[in-house]
Design a binder for this molecule. Structure first.
Ligand code: ATP
Ligand code: MG
Length: 581
């Protein structure tokens, strides 16, 4: 299918004026210092993300505004105002300091379900001047041990059932001094554990937030592990300037919005945009604890009248798989702005959004390391399906060659970002050499490949590690996967290069089918023919395997390296972030 080259920003459909009325003007006039002056600094050098996200609202009319609306899998609802969050996080900070002996810079890790306590706890950790690290609740014991060991975490905040899951690793963690257990179901606790509930009860609600330096470490996020062993990217308090600015101008948050970020706090989107971005802007956010179900997600959008929705390609593909009729059964009129991040957003998904949801899905690009959105489609902007948009106004992105020199528009190369933006990571924990190796000639090398067009839009090609060399042509899996997804039977596709004596590599595709389609040789041939018509000889898949599902990280990214390792009978490497492991 030929996609319209551009979907016009539908200006007349805006119910509120977008925060960026004119991209170029904004870019020409943008100054980080101005943005940063909108935040609650203690003085020129000192800021604390916990303070900015919660306490800074206390002296404003947002004091009693809802900050968090939480719904559990079973339908229980809990609501917290900014004042509630400020008070509860003070209590938690007191627990850390008085009962767990936490000092400035200590690491406090959260291995917890998506319950309100994780939000309170993270804010409290920041206010105490400590560094927080979140862990997916679905991680197994090895994944948790690796991260707690690597980070030398002093405190672990968990729940009784998750603690049971990782009981075997605890004796092997010499730096772990205290376990705080959030006990929502009134389990019997182990004698050494600190009960969150009991400690919160006795803790004072007054706490003097530590006046952290803007360069003090605040956040430790392990990367998704899509390409290899996860690395601990470390961010500083200054990062909140980036969270704030991009939430305002990319997510286009307005004061009366109800915002839903579907990402788990276990990965960076769930904290940068599931906490700090919206809350530094004083926005009400909804959090759904439950697992994915298309019906349930549409119901949540309808029930809570969500206006701004930030989700991921994997979720959008699952919604597509659930059928085009389903959204029509819900009233989704409240939804004003939809954004996506995490993987390339296939043009087919953008068109589906237009056709079925009646919404443009605004793709944006960033990484754990960049801390905040770097390249985006803005509310006002025309969308070119398949493009991740243009650099955020305060950001300079470029395409550079292997000598780290910039390439002109149209040429494919390494996606790089000029150093010095506020939320840039400051090290890979314990791997500073690796960190330094990512910076050349004033650029941060992202590890992704892309190209720009003559209007300055960026087009993702592939992760550098995933590039396939087919008969001398460089082929990115995204291009092939996007074409396969246009076939009516295909729900998802993962594409790899398979070694071949003649062409170096041939393209092999792993395909999962939509409901109602049966795997079989005829369908395989049909999909191959379909792809052949749309792709060059070098890019068309030579082999197709049908699979029930593709291996993915917990954050929903297709793990092509696992497809490849399995295909070639090689060791699987680090699988700690593998979903359904
Ligand atoms: P690891 O670095 O451990 O292999 P990861 O790179 O998947 O894991 P993240 O930082 O969570 O860890 O993901 C960032 C990467 O996700 C980007 O470098 C890019 O490859 C991909 N990505 C994110 N958003 C987009 C997007 N909009 N379009 C294309 N790719 C994207
Ligand atoms: Mg990465």
């Amino acid at each position: 299918m030929d996609y319209p080259r551009i979907i016009k920003g539908r200006l007349d459909s805006f119910r509120v004026k977008p925060n960026i009325p004119d991209y170029q003007k904004m870019r020409d006039n943008f100054r980080w210092e101005e943005i940063s002056s909108e935040l609650a600094w203690f003085d020129n050098e000192h800021i604390n993300i916990g303070h900015v996200a919660a306490d800074a609202h206390l002296e404003t009319d947002r004091r009693n505004k809802k900050a968090l609306i939480w719904e559990s899998q079973r339908g229980e609802v809990e609501e917290f105002t900014f004042a509630n969050l400020a008070k509860l996080s003070n209590k938690f900070a007191n627990i850390l300091v008085n009962e767990a002996g936490v000092l400035r810079g200590d690491r406090v890790f959260f291995f917890l379900e998506r319950v309100p306590e994780i939000f309170v706890g993270i804010l409290g950790t920041l206010k105490a001047g400590a560094v927080f690290g979140p862990l997916f609740s679905a991680f197994g014991p090895d994944a948790v041990r690796d991260r707690l060991f690597d980070s030398k975490a002093k405190v672990l905040v968990t729940s009784p059932s998750l603690k049971r899951k990782i009981a075997e690793i605890i004796p092997g963690l010499p730096n772990l001094e205290k376990i705080i257990v959030v006990n929502r179901k009134n389990d019997v606790l182990d004698a050494d554990d600190l009960s969150y509930e009991a400690a919160m009860e006795r803790a004072s609600e007054n706490f003097q937030t530590v006046h952290t330096n803007k360069e003090d470490y605040a956040i430790m996020h392990y990367t998704s592990g899509t390409t290899g062993k996860p690395k601990g990217a470390v961010h500083v308090h200054n990062a909140v300037i980036g969270h704030y600015a991009t939430a305002k101008y990319v997510l286009d948050l307005h004061s009366d919005d109800i915002y839903w970020c579907t990402a788990d706090p276990g990965w960076v989107t769930g904290t940068s945009y599931g906490m700090f971005g919206p809350w530094s802007n004083g926005i009400t956010q909804f959090v759904y604890e439950g697992v994915f179900s298309a019906r349930q997600w549409y119901k949540m959008l309808e029930k809570w009248k969500v206006t701004v929705w930030y989700t991921a390609p994997t979720a959008i593909r699952m919604l597509m798989k659930a059928g085009d009729d389903l959204p029509g059964k819900f009233d989704l009129n409240s939804v004003r702005h939809v954004c996506s991040v995490g993987e390339p957003l296939n043009p087919e998904a953008v068109m589906w959004g237009e056709r079925v949801l009646g919404k443009s899905i605004h793709d944006n690009w960033w990484q754990t390391e960049t801390g905040s959105i770097m390249i985006a489609n803005y509310a006002i902007q025309d969308i070119k399906p398949g493009s991740m948009g243009r650099p955020f106004p305060g950001i300079t992105a470029g395409i550079i060659d292997d000598n780290f020199d910039e390439l002109p528009a149209g040429q494919e190369g390494n996606l790089a970002v000029r150093t010095g933006w506020p939320s840039m990571f400051r090290t890979y924990w314990g791997k500073h050499d690796l960190y330094q190796s990512r910076f050349k000639k004033g650029w941060y090398i992202t590890g992704d490949r892309a190209r720009t067009d003559d209007e300055g839009y960026f087009h993702f090609i592939s992760r550098a590690d995933d590039v396939i060399n087919s008969a001398g042509h460089k082929v990115g899996p995204f291009e092939v996967e996007s074409v396969l997804m246009e076939h009516p039977a295909v729900a998802e596709a993962g594409v790899i290069g398979k070694p071949d004596p003649i062409t170096t590599e041939v393209i092999k595709a792993f395909v999962s089918l939509k409901r109602g389609f049966e795997p079989g040789e005829d369908l395989k041939e049909d999909i191959k023919r379909f792809a052949m018509k749309r792709l060059s000889m070098a890019a068309a898949p030579r082999e197709i395997d049908f699979v029930d599902s593709l291996p993915k990280t917990r954050s929903g990214k297709i793990m092509r390296r696992l497809l490849k390792a399995k295909e070639l009978g090689l060791p699987l490497g680090d699988t700690s972030t593998l979903e359904n492991d």
